[in-house]
Design a protein around this ligand. Structure first.
Ligand SMILES: *Cc1c(COP(=O)(O)O)cnc(C)c1O
Length: 402
């Protein structure tokens, strides 16, 4: 055995946490890290949120799991609430983002199958995409580093450059079933599709009878200041995968669909053992209680603006470390001038947690409940991290030499 009993698939930081409080993670020896990684956009309400703790504790004492052989009232309720809040008419609950995407892809293929077009099974995706690590979702994501060594790539996925709507249009053929994208790419480096592109893609889907699938696993559930990121564009999809933030740390996901798109998903066609179980539903409903509270999302946008302005000032002060600030809401990215792994390590040195992404970006994904004080401390720590890597003289040094 080499090292540990675990697969060596994760390059873990040498850190272990004992507990969490809001935006903070605390090690066994009491060191406090400001958590702007948020378990990769999962801890939407931070750590130890009293409403979530109460919801899961109460449910845990009553019932954990019964399977989808029976009615699950919490599932019905969460489904109805997601339908009421979105374009969707139907919901299928899963345990993860990848499974939510699998459900969306299967739903799209099945739609064409029951409409007499079984040859339409291909999905167009965009470079930089991340849709999960199952065999189909690595094919959808199209990233060579995730595909290599796992046998033939699952058939049925074609990719064009990020935001290249013209190329997507050219690729549409008699076998095309759907177009799939993240309205704001997460792993790809916090890259947002312009509203105009989403509108054109919607038009293309309507014209060619394709289904538009949004992956809001990372950018959904209030992350951008709207319940779902696509709301900023006014464009609605036919299918949407969600996960991460809806569970607030409990593993769960969902595929949302219009009635029409879900037409092929009849009894026995798809399934899951754990998906939508009472524990997950108690937490999902509790997350929605908070996120849908009056004013909650407006406050996310207000805090996001404070944070973005603070980050822009840091980019101005240390252009040899941070080239640019991107993103929307509390899904922000530092486009780094130096290797992002180095910047991430410097931030960790300041006891601030962030997440590297593609395109040499550092993601900042604080809990939606982050306080103004947390943001102030976070900006101080990010500034200190940038200063430690910068060759530019600091403001105080400049003053001293003047
Ligand atoms: C994390 C993520 C996934 C995969 O979710 P898992 O729960 O890890 O399977 C899919 N799409 C996007 C946009 C993600 O950020």
């Amino acid at each position: 055995m080499s090292g540990s009993a675990l697969y060596e698939t994760f390059a873990r930081a040498p850190l272990a946490f004992d507990r969490g409080e809001g935006s903070w993670l605390i090690t066994e020896d009491g060191k406090r890290y400001l958590d702007f990684a948020g378990g990769i956009a999962v801890n939407s309400l931070g750590h130890g949120h009293p409403h979530l703790v109460a919801a899961i504790t109460e449910q845990a004492a009553k019932l954990w799991h019964v399977s989808n052989l029976y009615e699950i009232p919490g599932q019905r309720r969460l489904g109805e609430r997601l339908v009421a809040a979105t374009f969707a008419d139907k919901v299928f609950f899963t345990n993860s983002g990848a499974e939510a995407l699998e459900c969306a892809i299967k739903t799209a293929r099945r739609y064409h199958f029951v409409n007499g077009n079984p040859e339409r099974y291909r999905t167009i995706t965009f470079e930089g995409a991340f849709h999960g690590r199952t065999l189909a979702t690595i094919a959808a994501g199209g990233q060579q580093k995730y595909l290599e060594g796992f046998g033939p790539k699952v058939d049925g996925f074609d990719q064009v450059a990020f935001d290249d709507v013209d190329a997507a249009e050219k690729l549409i053929g008699p076998e095309t079933a759907a177009i799939l994208l993240e309205p704001v790419q997460g792993e790809g480096g916090i890259r947002q599709f312009p509203a105009a592109s989403l509108k054109r893609l919607r038009e293309l889907c309507d014209k060619h009878g394709l289904l538009l699938i949004f992956d809001e696993v990372q950018c959904g559930i209030g992350r951008t200041g709207k319940l779902f990121a696509h709301e900023w564009s006014g464009v609605t999809p036919d299918l949407m995968a969600i996960a991460k933030g809806i569970g607030g740390g409990f593993p769960m996901g969902a595929c949302l669909s219009t009635d029409e798109a879900a037409i092929g998903m009849t009894a026995g066609v798809h399934g899951t053992t754990f998906g939508g179980n009472p524990l997950a539903m108690a937490v999902g409903n509790a997350v929605l209680d908070v996120v849908l509270e009056d004013g909650f999302l407006d406050d996310v946008s207000r805090k996001a603006l404070v944070m973005k302005q603070g980050l822009a000032a840091i980019a101005d002060a240390y252009p040899d470390v941070v080239e640019d600030i991107r993103g929307i809401g509390l899904m922000l990215g530092l486009k780094c001038k130096q290797p992002n792994a180095k910047v991430n390590a410097a931030l960790r040195g300041e006891e601030l947690l962030a997440v590297p992404a593609g395109d040499n970006v550092i993601r900042l994904l604080p809990p939606l409940t982050v306080t103004d004080e947390d943001i102030r401390i976070g900006l101080d720590r990010i500034r200190a991290g940038a200063a430690s890597l910068s060759h530019a003289p600091s403001a105080t040094e400049r003053k001293q030499s003047a």
